[in-house]
Design a protein around this ligand. Structure first.
Ligand code: S3P
Length: 169
């Protein structure tokens, strides 16, 4: 069995939808950031502070390679994971990638007050979200096998993904 892989911008609902899909399908949900944090014994913010973004990306790359070896899981990625070709190649070997697509305005609304995204801890957060979202959206669309409307309720997003996954596998 393949993996269900969730990608998309910060705040698109990957973690929440991963849990809803776990309930719905019985497949185990693995949150990539939580997996990295557990292995490193540090939060993502602490990893960025101690090792920089490059250090975090190296851990993310290792985690993708490890988790792509098996199938039958739900993998909730980080917002930057599929921007790296090596990660996409590893993940696609054994999985179907779903993009949880949300608008820029919705991303801004959802990310307004978060404190656990190191890339957004800057005074010009609004501009940073616009720049990152605009630069990344084509890469998300390119990486995805299936694009899902991420602004629906988490249960509806999970149902859409479950149906599309079953139709493909
Ligand atoms: C990142 C998104 C975060 C986390 C890290 C980097 C990104 O995950 O992996 O802060 O580059 O967009 P979420 O998308 O779950 O917030």
């Amino acid at each position: 069995m393949k993996n269900i892989i969730l990608c998309g911008f910060m705040g698109c609902g990957k973690t929440t939808v991963g849990k809803a899909l776990e309930q719905r399908t019985g497949m185990k949900n693995i949150d990539l950031d939580a997996y990295i944090e557990q292995k490193a014994g540090m939060t993502v913010s602490e990893i960025f502070a101690a090792h920089g973004e490059d250090g975090f990306r190296a851990m993310e790359r290792d985690a993708c390679a490890e988790l792509s070896a098996a199938g039958g899981y739900i993998l909730s990625l980080g917002g930057g994971t599929v921007l790296f070709e090596q990660n996409c190649a590893a993940l696609k070997q054994n999985g179907v990638i779903f993009l949880l697509d949300i608008s820029l305005d919705e991303a801004k609304r959802r990310l307004k007050d978060v404190t656990d995204r190191p890339l957004l801890m800057r005074p010009d957060r609004d501009e940073a979200v616009t720049a990152l979202y605009t630069a990344r959206r084509p890469a998300y669309q390119n990486a995805a096998d299936v694009i899902i409307d991420g602004e629906q309720t988490p249960d509806k997003v999970a149902a859409d993904i479950d149906n599309a996954f079953k139709a493909r596998c």
